[in-house]
Design a protein around this ligand. Sequence first.
Ligand code: SF4
Length: 275
Amino acid sequence: MPHIEAQQRAVAINRLLSMGQLDLLRSNTGLLYRIKDSQNAGKMKGSDNQEKLVYQIIEDAGNKGIWSRDIRYKSNLPLTEINKILKNLESKKLIKAVKSVAASKKKVYMLYNLQPDRSVTGGAWYSDQDFESEFVEVLNQQCFKFLQTKAETARESKQNPMIQRNSSFASSHEVWKYICELGISKVELSMEDTETILNTLIYDGKVEMTIIAAKEGTVGSVDGHMKLYRAVSPIIPPTGLVPAPCGLCPVFDDCHEGGEISPSNCIYMTEWLEF
Ligand code: SF4
């Protein structure tokens, strides 16, 4: 508003701030003002300053949410008072509590209308904090089946070995499309989710991946490259120490006895020991 004098602008902004109509934010270039959601601003009418402060802290936490203990550190209010305010804000449907997969007893608070971040919900593999192992197993089998069928069709084409090999590859987009069309997932899966499943097949030694350059805009390409996958079968079954799982394990550094990932609850280690 260059046509309004700076002094007048400051008066107007200060008045809107005191009426609780604007949020004041800081950026590298200076102060920024943001109009408050009129619906929420209306709902916050009549709230005392402590409630407004807690609401502001929760709003700033975005869709990752914030733990009540962190609200306490940021607000300097006693926990009993915070719990009372949180209950009040929840009953007004201004905020909601979401269970975090990171800790079973940990609830984080975020604005009511926000979709929780994947780090809170665990993404497609979790339902109500529980890891959906059966669902992951079915996806795993279906992805592998798709790649196996593709490899078999390539073999049956009786073309030269190079063409057979190349045509046995499928992009992660193709696998993703196949899985979506099967309709086995209640949740919407992204291409990244499919790649996570394909990665487990790579770690199991059933699939190999190659990355090729792709023209910008090609379906399934990201940043000018595309991931291609194909089913592989070992020429001779490996024996003895060769298939020891730890050598290829992507979570080797996080694995230790007594930890969340440990040799005593590792299915790969159990299978190897039974071998
Ligand atoms: S025990 Fe299992 S989880 Fe741990 S490093 Fe070995 S393979 Fe990985």
